[in-house]
Design a protein around this ligand. Structure first.
Ligand SMILES: Cc1cc2nc3c(=O)[nH]c(=O)nc-3n(C[C@H](O)[C@H](O)[C@H](O)COP(=O)(O)OP(=O)(O)OC[C@H]3O[C@@H](n4cnc5c(N)ncnc54)[C@H](O)[C@@H]3O)c2cc1C
Length: 398
């Protein structure tokens, strides 16, 4: 087990956040459980972190324990691919600390279909199921078979089948356990879930082709939505589209000793090439900073006619309407590249209104100040309070 000094600025993609009192990197399954259980039994604040790509942490010292699972093994128990429901399904298990994009690359190399559209999403396998990552027509939920967790309340390990994971739009039973209300931490477990992911088992189709599920992607590939293409071609196109929108993490962060060894070297070289065209000042973000709001039909009716509207389900299970946070932000007057002041070190990405970026030496307070200005502006214009997508620690962005 490794323990050393570090700060959240070193281990988060947005590059802000205070020093950490105790940082632990367990290298075994029992080591992860012991580190979590030790902190819990002493009632210390506990943060289990993956790639730090969905976290905004305050500048003040974190007087608790941060655990980062150093296990990154991927295993394929049944490569012979038994036929299930007429399809050849291959089960792949990945340990929680495995870099997500390394995992995607592994499955594509193995000739498996199911997660190629999620290429280039930063972070780890463990966190992928916490907010049910999604992009370009795919969500991780559709390929998850089961999730092996440590239950911090009942103090035992569990295998949660995907059907019991409570997956929804950027939501799962795990994420739910952290919040009392939107953006309102539940004191007991926050900033990490009640269930700590130890590994995830995926069920992937044995196929070297995948479905192009999203318009922008189809355009980049010169095909129609619904067409089938080599998964490798889909992966390459996703990385290109992501780079054009500034939606790749800064590959340079892995040169920081606190991040060393957390991503495969060959994939790091690919990541560096993929983002050559991305300006440096767009590279330090949490990706989309706000979730697309899901509104009641009445609230949605009050939006301007040209606001995007998609069918969705409200948290209470009733029909709702999803609109676009990026559209609301832009139409409230916050355009790409917006900054509170000309010399501010936090700003909206110049490539994507939804990403709040650290342009070099921003603090967490600078990012939070920008987030509040955007939230207040959108609320004043449209009566909708945007909810942050990242886990916000030590700052209030309700
Ligand atoms: C440039 C960029 C682009 C992005 N694009 C997308 C996108 O297209 N789609 C999308 O869905 N997301 C996107 N994200 C958000 C982010 O990549 C995902 O949410 C990712 O899954 C976070 O993984 P992580 O390992 O970095 O989690 P962290 O940021 O380290 O942690 C996030 C939360 O998960 C918890 N957690 C971490 N590991 C575990 C574990 N083992 N067990 C239990 N809880 C755990 C943490 O405690 C915390 O609450 C993007 C982010 C960036 C920076």
């Amino acid at each position: 087990m490794l323990t050393h000094m570090t700060s959240f600025a070193d281990i988060t993609t947005i590059g802000v956040g205070g020093p950490i009192a105790r940082f632990i990197e367990p290298t075994s399954r029992v080591g992860v459980i012991e580190a979590v259980e030790d902190a819990d039994s002493k009632h210390l604040p506990l943060c289990v972190i993956g790639g730090g790509s969905n976290m905004l942490v305050a500048d003040a010292p974190f007087d608790g324990v941060v655990v980062r699972d150093a296990r990154r093994r991927i295993t394929v128990p049944d490569e012979a691919a038994p036929v299930e429901n007429g399809e050849r399904i291959v089960h792949v298990n990945a340990e929680a600390g495995c870099n997500w994009d390394d995992f995607v690359a592994f499955t594509v190399e193995l000739g498996l279909e199911g997660v190629e559209g999620l290429s280039g999403i930063p972070g780890t396998v463990g966190a992928s199921v916490v907010q049910n990552i999604g992009a370009y027509g795919q969500e991780v939920a559709t390929t998850v078979e089961s999730v092996e967790v440590w239950d911090r309340r009942d103090k035992k390990t569990l295998d949660i089948p995907a059907t019991d994971m409570g997956f929804g739009y950027r939501m799962s039973r795990l994420k739910e356990s952290m919040y009392a209300a939107p953006a309102t931490p539940a004191a007991e477990f926050f900033p990490s879930p009640r269930y700590i992911v130890l590994s995830v088992t995926f069920a992937l189709r044995h196929s070297a082709t995948g479905t192009v599920g999203y318009g922008q992607l189809a355009k980049a590939l010169g095909v129609e939505v619904g067409d089938r293409m080599a998964t490798k071609a889909i992966r390459d196109a996703v990385l290109k589209v992501r780079a054009a929108k500034g939606m790749l993490e800064d590959a340079g962060r892995y040169a920081n000793p606190a991040m060393a060894g957390t991503k495969r070297d060959d994939q790091l070289a690919i990541a560096r090439r993929a983002q050559e065209s991305m300006p440096d000042y767009n590279r330090h973000s949490c990706g989309s900073f706000f979730m697309n709001p899901i509104l009641t039909p009445e609230a949605a009716a009050a939006l301007p006619e040209d606001a995007p509207r998609f069918d969705a389900t409200l948290p209470n299970g009733e029909p709702g309407v999803k609109t676009s946070a990026a559209w609301l932000i832009d139409h409230a007057g916050f355009h790409k590249g917006y900054r509170i002041a000309d010399d501010a070190s936090a700003g909206l990405s110049t490539l994507h209104t939804l990403a709040l970026t650290n342009r070099g030496n921003a603090t967490a307070a600078d990012i939070a100040a920008l987030a509040r200005v955007v939230q207040d502006g959108v609320e004043a214009a449209f009566g909708v309070r945007l909810v942050p997508e990242p886990v916000v620690v030590g700052l209030d962005l309700r």
